[in-house]
Design a binder for this molecule. Sequence first.
Ligand code: ADP
Length: 249
Amino acid sequence: TMPSTIMLDVRKVKKQFGGFVAVNGVSLSLATGERRALIGPNGAGKTTLFNLLSGRLAPDEGDVLYKGTSILKVSPNEICKRGMARTFQITSVFVKLSVIQNVQTALYAHRRRSHWLLRNAASVLRDEAYTLLDMVGIRALAERQAGLLSYGDQKRLELAMVMALEPQLLLLDEPTAGVELNTRRELVALIKDLCTRKQLSLLFCEHDMDAVFSIADQITVLHQGQILAEGTPGEISNNPKVRDIYLGS
Ligand code: ADP
């Protein structure tokens, strides 16, 4: 069979909490190698949609196809093993462990899931962990306690940990949130570099429009649980409906 050119195909997913519809019939597709931003005001349903895609929540209606197969009945761990990895809005490094131990832990967890034989694991994982730290530019911080890193370096560490999962599709939840301008620019450059080098498909939520426009080929605008607009950065920035919700008029 031909390899699928659609990495992710989201079909009319709906999710209700009590009587409140958080995600209301959203469809979107992500081509292999595409970088799509998911934007929208607070409460638009972005995080809920991410949880539906990564298997943490089950939709009430609709379907999610990953590499051509429905993943509705697949566990988050199994989805991750198949190459879809995500980060969370809240930084999730192990604060008491060193930087290198954090990456080794991610590698170990992933390999154990893959039934990888852990002979000489410590030294092998250490070499691979250093390679990942190199990739995100924090090798020099390997022995530091992770909780004592700057917030920007913790974000880099999180990227090393998610890359340890050998993803094909990366879901990043606000990868530059909470960092100052220069650091944000470095993170944006790093994310683009990782996507290019590893030929990743990317779906990311982000509030910072400079980051969105710099990284994304395509943008989906979510508003009150529905798709308000979809298009290239140029199309979205010239869309009057999008301007309205962002200017609050
Ligand atoms: P965003 O990430 O775009 O800010 P969310 O997906 O976090 O939006 O939330 C969308 C809406 O769904 C919000 O109004 C939020 O309060 C509601 N919501 C999210 N998760 C739950 C939940 N577990 N229970 C009840 N309401 C929820």
